[in-house]
Design a protein around this ligand. Sequence first.
Ligand code: SAH
Length: 345
Amino acid sequence: MKEICSFSLEELKIWMEQNGEKPFRAAQVFDWIYAKDALHFDAMTNMSKTLRDKLAQQFSFPILKLLKTQESEDLETFKYLWELPDHKRVESVLILSGDRRTVCISCQVGCPARCAFCASGKEGLLRNLSAAEIVEQVLHINRQLKAKGERVSHLVFMGMGEPMENYDAVVKAIQIFHAEEGFGISQRRITVSTVGVVEGIHKLAKEELKVNLVLSLHAPNQHIRKKIIPYARKYPFEEVLMAMDAYAKETKRDITYEYTLMAGINDRPEHAAELAALLSRQQCTVNLIPYNPVDGLNLQRPKRETIEGFRGVLEQAGINTTWRYTKGKDIAAACGQLALVKEHS
Ligand code: SAH
């Protein structure tokens, strides 16, 4: 069976033509799924019964099953646990912040990057998600929001997985998120976060859709980075930074670096000074994320004064910083806490 949410509008038009239907039927299907929230083909009443039956025979939809929703105490973060057709599981997070409704999407089951501080890669990569499995996370959350007169406004590929290692499905999903007939979310409101896969960064820069790209830097030099990010061995510091510069030039987007602060590892004043010297030549933002605890890892979040001091050094050097106020920690929905959820748990 094919997955309807893995089809771009163009692809579905071609499918219609190949099946003896008028191409405009594709837009109708999109309208039913993405605007009218139909959850089965039989609801698509402006199409013939024959076509509806054919679609139902050939396409599986919906493919994600919602197993559980958890909400944080402050009611600003919601975590969704989905079951995939092969019974594997992934999570997404919805973050409410002012008018923003941001969905943090997973793109893989597990993660190949295995960063020392992150729960997602603890058991490596199990498999890639299809475009439909990515798209449906947003589809179902958007559906719930619409019932309250709201809708998803921003998307971040910061859930489980490394987007550059599931490149084609991620780009296809982005096309559907962006398409007017899909979710109509502007490119500027879609953010991809990468551990630093150099060829992926260059490839993304050439895509028609120019999304925001952030790099998980987490260290002021290759020596420290290599210790906490295995991928740094394959993609050295300087090459990753050059790829980010090239992305910024090509897309005219600002560069953002993520820096997860871990006590005694990358949070010292000399690390801040080294980072400041490295980045002061460019227009960029450093997003400081205090480490969120992950079971079984012997790492600590720095003290508040340490984080403030680190931030001060960067600001003094004229570097924009944001300090991500960690949301959703009480439901393990914060950065790096999305782990493989076992079938028995
Ligand atoms: N694979 C992508 C996206 C995944 S995670 C990437 O590496 O960018 C999104 C962000 O959360 C990354 O910057 C990641 O390094 C960070 N992160 C992972 N574990 C964390 C933890 N325990 N505490 C704080 N941030 C963490």
